[in-house]
Ligand binder design. Structure first.
Ligand SMILES: [Zn+2]
Length: 201
C-alpha cells in the first residue's frame, strides 16, 4: 500500500503507517521499514513505537518500556531478516549473518514456567518473560526461521510502488499483491491507463 506523497519525513510516530498484510510476524516486522525502493521510511521511530508494535503484532500483552539500545537491536534484527528475504526472493540461500542474528535472538523466545494455585491444586503457567522486548523479538526470530524453511512462499508485492513483503499462503502459490483491494486494484488501474495511452500514441 502506498504512502502519501506529502508525508513529512522523518516520521515522528510510525504507528499510523504500520500495516499487517505480511501474513506472519517476521514479514510484518520487515514491512515496518517502508518504501525500501524510494524514501526508506522508518516506522519504528521511537522505543514507544516498537513497544506498541509488539503488542499490536500480538507478541506481547502489554506495552513494555523500550530503551534506545533495544530499539537499535530490534532494527538490526529486522534488517537481518530482510536480507534473508531479499536473498530468498533471488533464489539464494539465507546469508550467514541473517542466520547468526536469528540464532542470537532465538533463545529469548522460550518461556520459563511458574507455579500457581488453581482451585486448591497446583498448575504450571508460562512465567512472565524477564525481558519482554527480547522475548517478543525471539518470537519474531522463531517465525523467521520457520518462514525461511518455506522460502519459496516469500513474495514482494508486484506493484511498482510498493515494497511490501508477504507470505503466499494461496493454494496455487501465485498471489501477486500484498493486498488485492489496495495494490492489486491500483496496479490494474495503472496498467489499464498505460494501455490506453499506448493505443492513443
Ligand atoms: Zn503492495
Amino acid at each position: 500500500m502506498d504512502l502519501p506523497a506529502d508525508l513529512s519525513l522523518p516520521l515522528e510516530r510510525g504507528a499510523p503507517w504500520w500495516y499487517w498484510l505480511g501474513g506472519r510476524p517476521a514479514l510484518d516486522f520487515t514491512n515496518t521499514f517502508r518504501e525500501r525502493w524510494n524514501r526508506c521510511v522508518e516506522t519504528l521511530v521511537t522505543g514507544a513505537d516498537l513497544g506498541e508494535w509488539l503488542v499490536q503484532a500480538q507478541l506481547l500483552d502489554t506495552v513494555p518500556p523500550v530503551t534506545g539500545p533495544a530499539l537499535e537491536r530490534a532494527r538490526e534484527l529486522r534488517e537481518a531478516i530482510n536480507d534473508g528475504v531479499v536473498a530468498a526472493l533471488a533464489g539464494e540461500p539465507v546469508p550467514e549473518h541473517t542466520l547468526e542474528a536469528l540464532a542470537a535472538a532465538l533463545p529469548h523466545a522460550a518461556r520459563a514456567e511458574a507455579v500457581v494455585r488453581v482451585d486448591g491444586t497446583l498448575a504450571l503457567v508460562p512465567a512472565p518473560p524477564a525481558d519482554p522486548v527480547a522475548h517478543a523479538l525471539g518470537l519474531v526470530a522463531r517465525d523467521a526461521v520457520e518462514m525461511f524453511g518455506a522460502a519459496d512462499r516469500i513474495r514482494v508485492c508486484a506493484s511498482d510502488t510498493c515494497s511490501a513483503r508477504f507470505f503466499d499462503r494461496s493454494p496455487t502459490g501465485n498471489r501477486r499483491w500484498c493486498s488485492i483491494r489496495g495494490c492489486g486494484n491500483v496496479e490494474k488501474a495503472r496498467r489499464h491507463r498505460r494501455r490506453q495511452q499506448e493505443t492513443r500514441t
